[in-house]
Design a protein around this ligand. Sequence first.
Ligand code: ZN
Length: 725
Amino acid sequence: MHRRQLLIAGGSLMALAACASNGMIGGAGAPSAATLEEDARIARAVLPTQTPRAELLQEWTGPYEGVPPWDRVTAPKLREALLEGIELQKAEIQAIAGNPEPPTFANTMVAYQMAGEPLDRASSIFGVMTQNIGSDDYQAVDTEVSPLLSAAGDEITFNEALFTRIKTVADNARQAGLSPEQTRVAERTRDQFMRNGAALDAAGKAELGRINTALSGLFTRFSQQVVADENTWTVIPNEAGVAGLPVSNKAAAASAARSRDLQGWVIVNTRSSVDPFLSFADDRALREQVWTKFVNRGDNGDRNDTNALIAEIVKLRDQRAKLLGFERHANWRMQDTMAKTPDAARELMMRVWEPAKARVTQEVADMRAIAGHDIEPWDYLYYAEKVRKQKYDLDQNELKPYFELNAVKQGAFYMAERLYGFTFTKVPAGSVVGFHPDVEVFEVKNKSDGSHVGLFYSDDFARPGKRSGAWMTSYRLGWAYDGGDNSLVSNNNNFIKAEGGEPILISLDDAQTLFHEFGHALHYLSYKVTYPGLGNTPRDYVEYPSQVHEHWVLSRPILDGYMKHVETGQPMPQALVDKIEASSTFNQGYETVSYLSSALVDMDLHTQATPPTDIDAFERESLARYGMPREIVMRHRLPQFNHLFTSDAYSAGYYSYLWSEVMDADTWAFFEASGDVFDPAIAGPYKSIILAEGNSSDRGEAYRRFRGRDPDVAALLRVRGFPVS
Ligand SMILES: [Zn+2]
């Protein structure tokens, strides 16, 4: 039931998961192989014998326990498979729910983990066709089938007989002598059903359905209205108005004007156009104009104004939380996170907030000295650039020759070998089919004994229809409960191919992103998880394993072995590395305050006893309480905060980035302090506890087992260049 694959969006966090529970994986905690086999036999006997007709529901064949048949996928075949897969899953759920035998872990929980396997296969293919290929025919399948998939999910949550069985198994787990892992998967499944309203009576379920439907309509409207305000622009008729802009940004502004049949230059009201303008344009009055338009998206009192939508959303969220037995929306959203409570998240944020504000005071003083006047919000990025030039003199173009795409990938593979004993070898041509000629497939093995781990699909290049950014997915993960072994994972980037076989040079930022997504892949390749239900880690944990791997890019062994100058073959001089590191703390006051103010207001908004109706006033008062520096605006003001109001996913969750970063910085400091960034005494437990366990045990407790203590915020303060007191 859609829990065998994962999709991790680049630079952001998505994942479900985690509530406090006992239990550790491994040792006496894990069920024996004989138990797993017997449970699987019982579970299979519960499920009806069904023979899928659709080609894309069939078991995958070929090497590595079968691989996706990309060469046989068409949109009509995919549609057929998804529709039939939903029906097959329905029949399986009915069989589990309607079983006359009393509920047991095997006949209920294990069978529930197994249900929907053919649909999972089709869904894996569906994900790739919509994200990586994205042609109109697949988008049409998406539009038609996605609502059906979500309705099928709701039907499972509201299946009373199924929920009663799951709850019985979970409530009696300890008396029944289930292992810690079995207990955890049963309790977590029960809790997830309850969070989604399974325990409500008929009237409650109807009320929840009404709220969810109303919210989903409001989310769509919010998204459309913000997009409408972003699809506006500022016209600059004279070249003097774009003075200071780099050539590429100037060309983009000219092209934006041409495509709208306008004379001159156009700054579109999106971050990717506005930020460069605010960073480089010399004309202060125009900067103010562009800035004002951008920060007021959704807040202009016109038909695209989102304030009323937000008030309605927070009111409905409050009603839903109370209906489900939670004090506030934030408590409902955070039950299954590491932080667990709004107070814990807020406490962390406040530890970083004050040092960040102090840093802003210094940054403003530096800029004021150059500007000779007060720094207004539309001046910040502009004068920050001046300070950057003066203090660090770091030219991105000086770095690019060190980061040739294939060298960066080889460097990432080397990191995986040294840290975790994985080897990556390109599969022989034609042995495993990809979904596009650009896709490279690598076999992953354990170096120690040559055993298979799985396959790594690498889809590096941009193409029309492919979504932007970078992300990681899995097509299948190996779970011990049904004897699965090989995992199939992928990394997806959007690099531009070079002309005529020239080397592909990427930026330092891109190289770190590549290591980030590779970190997600290593996380799932390391999995030794028994049940799919323990596969998702909490929202405020999932970016930790990816973020930490970014640090290795600039480690000396990787630089010396792989990141050599493409023309001279020389490794990067330490002086240049030092310069990069010095500049990495630059402007962190601004970055941190603009991010954290958004995260704090998010948490405030979703913890009010009475949801506010005047959203602008609420935002103003909340910021005033925190003493928001007047020179900076929230990264996302409420009227345009897509993370919060286009779905529930990140609501009361924008803090999660910081939560993951605390563990990431603390872990990297541990490696660095050892004097060996590949120290096996650290890498071993990191792999077996932090990566391999998935969500088989509480992740806070796992961190303490790995590190011997809770993560220390001081490491993060140092990374950001803040004083540690
Ligand atoms: Zn990520």
